[in-house]
Structure formats: C-alpha cells, structure tokens
Write a protein that binds this ligand. Structure first.
Ligand code: FES
Length: 127
C-alpha cells in the first residue's frame, strides 16, 4: 500500500485556501516543537458562520494537506460545529495518514481551535 493516499497527495500538491485574510476576525497560529512546523489559520466569521478561511503552513506535506482539508471542512460551517473538528476527522477525510504523521493533523485541529479562541477573546462571544 502506498504511504500516502491520493487525497493527501492531491491536497499537498493543490492545497485549497492558501493565503491570508487581511481583515480576518479570528487568527490562530500553532507549532509543533519537535518537527518545527508552523500553521496559521485565518477565519472570517460572520453571524456565527465561517464565511472564509485561509491558511499558511510552513511544514511537511501532511501538514499542508491537513490544513487544506481542515479549511475545506470548516468553510461555510457554523462555529459551534467547527469547534468540534478533530484531527481524526481531518485524517479520515484525507483517507488516512501514516501513524507517524498523525501529529500533522493535530496541528490543523489546534490551529482552528486557536483561531476560535482568538475570536472569543476579541468579541467576548463564547463558542
Ligand atoms: Fe510535523 Fe508534519 S512532520 S507537522
């Protein structure tokens, strides 16, 4: 069996939603101390819905694929649902990641949550 699924390779080669949202109202940045990879998520939240999402990931292919998939999973969703996003759901949507690459999907879950925390802090709205 190939190490990476076709979906992982696709999202690594053609990542969705790469970039910056200049007027984002929720930004989360996380890193993994062991591998040194960094992920930054920008969300534009309006009326409790993630209207737009962009990310910058300086990291491995699995981290890029995970952020791309996470961005697709949360776009257009209510924040209450976005808060429930798990790294497992990201990895499953990518048709799996090798065991030693699961931490890359954890980074995506953490980046989304960090952005939601930032939103709560800025607006006083609890999610
Ligand atoms: Fe660390 Fe992928 S190797 S995020």
């Amino acid at each position: 069996m190939a190490l990476y699924s076709e979906k992982v390779i696709d999202h690594f080669r053609n990542p969705r939603n790469v970039g910056v949202i200049e007027d984002a109202n929720a930004v989360g940045e996380v890193g993994n101390a062991k591998c040194g990879d960094i992920m930054k998520m920008y969300l534009k939240i309006e009326n409790g819905i993630v209207k737009d999402v962009k990310f910058e990931t300086f990291g491995c292919g699995s981290a890029i694929a995970s952020s791309s998939m996470a961005s697709e999973l949360i776009k257009g969703k209510p924040v209450s649902e976005v808060k429930k996003l798990t790294n497992k759901a990201v990895a499953e949507a990518l048709d799996g990641l090798p065991a030693h690459k699961m931490h890359c999907s954890v980074l995506a879950e953490e980046a989304v949550n960090a952005a939601l925390e930032d939103y709560s802090k800025k607006t006083g709205i609890e999610i």
